[in-house]
Write a protein of this length. Structure first.
Length: 218
């Protein structure tokens, strides 16, 4: 049975996928949505190991990462290439060996995040509107679930051996485009798939996301 491992992005938790999971499971697939640790000393490397633990408990995996988690899932897949049959970036940051999110992000984004960081590197969650969620009900739902992120997740560099490059991938990007997620996906050889929606498309348009994930899984 195919297993979808759904990894949330920065400031989010596993609940980011709550609207997508039942849509996938009604099609007869298994889903796992790990909750990444949010503490000052848990950076990219710690999150990668948490995803690797999920891969070690699953087979025939479609590994999905939203936003920041694009970096997490590619490194996890690089460590366990035999367990991952397809990678899906959902508006996901991704690059080559040695790249951190700050290396990939526009300068203005980096400056904004550094300015917001507290003494322990704590970065308060932006309002839901910054993720493109403007519906009042959706904004309340998401706002109740956002939590601080820590600077280390944005500054730690990806470590890749190259094994991940043999795994096929899909890059879902949203229109209108705000950040260069289509370009990043194409640069890795992933098939780009456009969806109309905001950055948090899995909250605003869960049916479209579920359909795209199932299609990517073949």
């Amino acid at each position: 049975m195919t297993t979808f491992v759904l990894v949330h992005g920065a400031w989010h938790g596993a609940s980011a996928w709550d609207r997508v999971v039942p849509l996938l499971e009604r099609e007869g697939v298994k889903t796992l949505a790990p909750e990444l640790t949010h503490t000052p000393d848990a950076g990219l490397r710690a999150h990668v190991q948490e995803v690797v633990a999920e891969l070690d408990a699953a087979d025939d995996v479609v590994l999905v990462g939203h936003s920041y988690a694009g970096l997490v899932i590619r490194e996890a897949a690089d460590l366990r290439p035999g367990r991952v049959k397809h990678i899906v970036l959902v508006e996901g940051w991704a690059g080559t060996d040695g790249a951190s999110l700050f290396d990939l992000a526009p300068e203005g984004f980096v400056e904004m995040i550094r300015a917001a960081a507290g003494a322990e590197g704590e970065i308060p969650a932006p309002p839901p509107e910054r993720f493109g969620i403007t519906d009042p009900g959706d904004a309340r739902w998401l706002g109740d679930r956002l939590r601080p992120q820590y600077l280390r997740t944005f500054t730690e560099a990806t470590r890749l051996s190259g094994a991940v490059d043999a795994i096929p991938g899909t890059g879902i990007f949203c229109r209108p485009q705000v950040l260069p997620f289509e370009r990043m996906a194409v640069s890795l050889g992933y098939r780009p798939v456009a969806l109309d929606g905001p950055h948090n498309v899995m909250v605003a348009e869960p049916e479209a996301v579920a359909d795209a994930l199932l299609a990517a899984a073949g």
